[in-house]
Design a protein around this ligand. Structure first.
Ligand code: PHE
Length: 492
């Protein structure tokens, strides 16, 4: 019998845990600020309702109906569709590999915060001392032992969390989802009670409605929704395959996506109020202190922690503990999706063997990112996987299931036990609305990449993004052709 979640709330929390990750803290607030402040919430919610939630329901219903991880689920929908499942899992794996490295940085910084070892020049500490970053992506350099250790700890933690699949995940998510929420609330309160907080929030939320006329704003809203909901990686398919038969898929999708957005918004309050304080103390205008990505977490935040009026070490440790607990369930969801794919195809029952082999391979590949050029490569691979990889998967998913499969069977399936019933409008979204949106986004991205390399990296480095995508595509075709052991496979 297929493994199961302990309860409905375990499934909901596990999926929320996957959706809520570093992106909610270091990406959403920045994008919101940059693309219209409070007005950005309009394209964001439009993107959520027109694309995010319909796609989430699509993946849930596929995984639930076929009771299998992505490759086998797609195969059940049509023999030639299996490759898409593998492609999604390879993209997920490549993300898991660098995500674990970033988590490894967080482990290091967690310990640094005990005596604020980053000192006063946090920027130089991060780039020169901690990463010892090289001049260019091609100057690879040696492995950094401290980062390697962090990476190792992270993989041990990931394997522990998914040891017995949904059984173990059902337990750990009560810590990995609830704890970061509690810490986030502490940071919201801490942030809002600091001088200058209001100034920061004004920048975050003052609506600039004229931004809505800008195409870029809409494009970013859709991109953020896709990345944030963890659609397109096979995760939602694997997770919903562990649900009992009588499950309310549609309501679950609404709860999960709204909880994710709420968390993003809250994270924005915590981040911007604290940035307001930073700007107040340092006398630098707020827009000049706003950063996203690693520099927000590893440069700006450590500086702010130094400046806090009291208990700065405790807040420092809490901040990195929050990032670790936020990230870990996203990281293991990526891994779990892969493992579900493998066990379903080859009917493997000794899960622990796969867990450990998977982690060892991912750890070894991840060592590459612990070298002096690691940050550059993380940046490049992240861009290609989260913009291209994800968009391509979501688009293909809509086409394969919308046009080359009877979509209405999936709709009927999720309506069976759902309180909120979805109507024909859902088919229209999957078939006619989401594909052109994704198509336009992919084309825009290609045009941008032709015009200039991503972030000014050498063309030779950027090329690896394309090469990886091609390798993944070919590998997924090969995997599709290899024989599986699972009865579901042989019956097809
Ligand atoms: N959704 C997560 C975030 O916002 C990131 C993530 C991407 C998680 C892909 C799983 C898979 O950070």
């Amino acid at each position: 019998m297929r493994e199961r979640w302990d309860s409905r709330s375990a499934f909901i929390l596990a999926t929320i845990g996957s959706a809520i990750g570093l992106g909610n803290v270091w990406r959403f607030p920045y994008i919101c600020f940059k693309y219209g402040g409070g007005a950005f919430l309009i394209p964001y919610f439009v993107a959520l309702f027109t694309a995010g939630i319909p796609l989430m329901i699509l993946e849930f219903s596929l995984g639930h109906k076929m009771r299998a991880g992505a490759p086998t689920a797609f195969r059940a929908a049509g023999k030639r569709k299996e490759w898409l499942g593998w492609f999604a899992l390879l993209v997920a794996l490549s993300i898991a590999i660098y995500y674990a490295v970033i988590m490894g940085w967080c482990f290091n910084y967690f310990f640094y915060s005990f005596n604020l070892s980053w000192g006063n020049s946090t920027e130089s500490f991060f780039y020169n001392k901690f990463l010892n970053i090289s001049e260019s992506p091609f100057e690879i350099g040696t492995i950094k032992p401290t980062i390697m250790l962090g990476l190792l700890v992270c993989w041990v933690a990931i394997v522990g969390c998914i040891w017995r699949g949904p059984k173990t995940v059902s337990k750990v998510i009560y810590i990995t989802v609830l704890l970061p929420w509690v810490i986030l609330l502490i940071f919201v309160i801490r942030g809002l009670t600091l001088p200058g907080a209001l100034q920061g929030l004004t920048y975050y939320l003052t609506p600039n409605f004229s931004a809505l006329r800008d195409f870029e704003v809409w494009r970013n809203a859709y991109a953020q929704v896709f990345f944030s909901l963890s659609v397109g990686f096979g995760i939602l398919i694997a997770y919903s395959s562990y649900l009992p038969e009588r499950s309310d898929i549609v309501t679950n999708a609404f709860i999960i996506s709204l909880a994710n957005c709420g968390t993003s918004f809250l994270a924005g309050l915590a981040v911007f109020s604290t940035l307001g304080y930073y700007s107040f103390v340092q006398g630098i205008p707020v827009p000049d202190v706003v950063k996203s990505g690693p520099s927000l977490a590893f440069i700006v935040y450590p500086t702010i922690i130094n400046l806090l009026p009291f208990a700065s070490k405790i807040f420092g440790a809490l901040f990195f503990l929050m990032l670790i607990t936020l990230g870990i369930d996203s990281a293991f969801s990526l891994v779990e999706a892969g493992i579900a794919g493998i066990t379903d195809k080859w009917g493997i029952t000794k899960r622990w063997k796969i867990n450990i082999s998977f982690a060892i391979v991912a750890f070894l590949i991840g060592l590459f990112y612990t070298t002096r050029s690691g940050l550059y490569w993380i940046d490049i691979v992240d861009h290609f996987m989260s913009s291209f990889g994800l968009m391509i998967i979501a688009l293909t998913e809509c086409i394969l299931l919308g046009y080359m499969f009877k979509l209405s069977t999936l709709r009927a399936h999720c309506n069976l036990f759902s309180e909120i019933k979805i109507g024909k409008w859902w088919d229209i979204f999957i078939k006619f609305i989401i594909p052109p949106i994704l198509f336009i986004m992919i084309v825009c991205e290609i045009i941008q990449r032709i015009r200039a390399p991503y972030e000014g990296y050498p063309r030779g480095a950027e090329a690896w993004g394309w090469i990886l995508l091609i390798i993944f595509f070919v590998t997924s075709l090969i995997l599709m052709r290899t024989k599986g052991k699972n009865s579901l496979n042989n019956n097809q």
